[in-house]
Design a protein around this ligand. Structure first.
Ligand code: ADP
Ligand code: MG
Length: 267
């Protein structure tokens, strides 16, 4: 059964979309079956996967509003190794429409149920806000990856996000937890980066991924070619960092599953 992971941070420009696209490609490169869902009306993850957001036959908007089902909405012929449910500006309407629909926080979760066994990982990219779309992502997920830049105000935003995750955990989704904190656009030459990074590790302990994503021009260039960095320049530092992150995520997931299996046997 798929592990669903939301990639979120209400700050813009911290590397959410870059992480979603490149982690999806890296997991797929290790032969995991991966579905990526673009839940941002800007459609950057869709375009970054080489799919024209203006030409979508079915988008996540239609999926959330019951106008199509997952099997129809999934695009399989991407060049990135993973499958995709795309988004475009239509999705801005979904927020208002969702308010009128029953079980409005659980639309995405319900829509994904029929394809849960088809994938090992489902990754969800999010808009830079905490709206009903993000609540749908969090209600469907078991884990959250929070990408963040190690800069002065970064920690402040994170405590609000952690508060939201805790609330969703109590009210809507008891399975939800922080999967990991990812340091992005990391520049170890800056002393501020190191200070913030130290604070982060003090606060979140081993939730902070050991893998850090360096600032790397290939990661910034790849989306304009509609490709993850792994396909654009597979030996770039950016591509290699996301491969390392995929390895870390898989190892953590395997460890958790083994621990769960032990608990179940002991009961
Ligand atoms: P978000 O989705 O959080 O708004 P993006 O992933 O779109 O953030 O990243 C913001 C900008 O920074 C984009 O132009 C992206 O190409 C660039 N970027 C992201 N991560 C890196 C990185 N590690 N190195 C260099 N540029 C990056
Ligand atoms: Mg984005």
């Amino acid at each position: 059964m798929a592990k669903i992971i939301t990639i979120t941070n209400q700050k813009g420009g911290v590397g959410k979309t870059t992480t979603c696209v490149n982690l999806a490609a890296s997991l797929a490169a290790t032969r995991k079956r991966v579905l990526m869902i673009d839940l941002d009306p800007q459609g950057n993850a869709t375009m970054g996967s080489g799919i024209d957001k203006h030409q979508l036959e079915h988008s996540v908007y239609e999926l959330l509003t019951d106008q199509t089902d997952a099997a129809n909405a999934i695009i399989k012929d991407t060049l990135c190794g993973y499958h995709l449910i795309g988004a475009n500006g239509d999705l801005t309407a979904a927020e208002v429409e969702l308010l009128q629909l029953p079980r409005r926080e659980f639309r995405l979760k319900m829509a994904l149920m029929p394809v849960m066994d088809d994938y090992d990982f489902i990754l969800i990219d999010n808009p830079p806000s905490l709206n009903l779309l993000t609540v749908n992502a969090l209600a469907a997920s078991s884990g959250v990856i929070i990408p963040m830049q190690c800069e002065y105000y970064a920690l402040e935003g994170i405590s609000a996000l952690v508060g939201t995750i805790n609330k969703i955990n109590q009210r809507l989704n008891p399975e939800l937890k922080i999967e990991g904190i990812l340091r992005t656009m990391y520049d170890p030459r800056m002393s501020l980066t190191k200070d913030v990074s130290t604070h982060l590790v003090e606060y979140f302990g081993d939730k902070v991924y050991r893998t850090v994503i360096p600032r790397n021009v290939r990661l910034a260039e790849a989306p304009s070619h509609g490709l993850p960095a792994l396909q654009y320049d597979k030996s770039s530092r950016g591509a290699l960092a996301y491969l390392a992150l995929a390895g870390e995520l898989i190892r953590r997931t395997d460890r958790e599953r083994t621990a769960e299996a032990v608990v179940t046997t002991e009961q």
